[in-house]
Design a protein around this ligand. Structure first.
Ligand code: KIV
Length: 273
């Protein structure tokens, strides 16, 4: 149930994520990219908002997340932070921003934290362990992202479920343990078999946040526009629609169009005297 802004309850720090796992409370996360939706999410009990690099696809119509860069992420993080003043905001480190050495990654991190993020998420671990460690040591809460890593879409040859073979499953588990050792406060598990996500969840003290990773994860995340049913072309099995947004919005706009063309809008009450 939605609550007034003043009383909405939700996690407000990385520490709350760890506490939630210890206390067996499920965590809820959702993506957001703009001020208008952020104001609505502010009125909910969602634990955290992710300004995901999926913004490149969902908002800008690009074919993958590799088209999100630091200026795009900064713009959208600022807008979300203005709208959801009391929410815990995680921002995605965009493609390659954490693969060019520690100094460049710290610059990118500074940009996003100054834009209003409270934590940063980045994909994978191999080859940027030093970056993760330095961010954590710098007091920046870091969230990991394993399984399907959308920034590696071209290496996979498409958006494919990961961890289906024993070897790849063991590798994802190993990376999750390594991320925990490096000090991340949570890890997104995207599109992996539910059994593997369950095993990882039990192996870690930090919470797992699933998307297409089954019910055993400590929390769940969905892309806001998928959850609202706004994307007619995209319907993966994990993206439950909690609203038929596309139909409702198209119907509303069609009603406006019809009212204008019938000369029925605006009415006298909707006009100034
Ligand atoms: O960018 C994004 O939307 C994400 C979620 C799919 C977890 O990383």
């Amino acid at each position: 149930m939605a609550m007034p802004i003043e009383t909405a309850r939700s996690a407000s720090s990385a520490r709350d994520f760890l506490l939630a796992k210890q206390e067996g409370r499920k965590l809820s996360m959702i993506t957001c990219y703009d001020y208008a939706f952020a104001r609505l999410l502010q009125m909910t009990e969602m634990d955290a908002i992710l300004v995901g690099d999926s913004v490149a696809m969902v908002v800008h119509g690009r074919p993958s997340t590799i088209h999100a860069d630091i200026s795009m992420m900064r713009l959208h993080t600022e807008a979300v932070a203005r709208g959801a003043k009391d929410k815990f905001i995680v921002a995605d480190m965009p493609f390659l921003s954490y693969r060019k050495g520690v100094a460049a990654a710290l610059d990118a991190a500074q940009t996003l934290m100054s834009a209003g993020a409270h934590a940063l998420k980045l994909e994978g671990v191999s080859g940027h362990e030093d970056v993760i460690q330095r961010l954590v040591e710098s007091g920046i809460p870091v969230m990991g992202h394993l399984g399907l890593q959308p920034q590696s879409v071209h290496a996979y040859g498409g958006f494919r479920v990961q961890g289906k073979t024993d070897d790849s499953a063991q590798d994802i588990l190993r990376q999750a343990v390594e991320l925990e050792q490096l000090g991340v406060f949570g890890v997104v598990l995207e599109c992996i078999p539910a059994k593997l996500a369950c095993e990882i969840t039990h192996a870690l003290r930090i919470p797992t946040i699933g998307i297409g990773a089954g019910a055993a994860c400590d929390g769940q995340i969905l892309v806001l526009q998928d959850m609202l049913g706004m994307n007619v072309d995209f319907r993966p099995k994990f993206a439950r629609r909690f609203f038929e947004g596309a139909r409702s919005i198209v119907n509303a706009v069609e009603s406006f169009d019809a009212a204008v063309k019938a000369g029925e809008f605006p009415s006298l009450e909707e006009s100034y005297r």
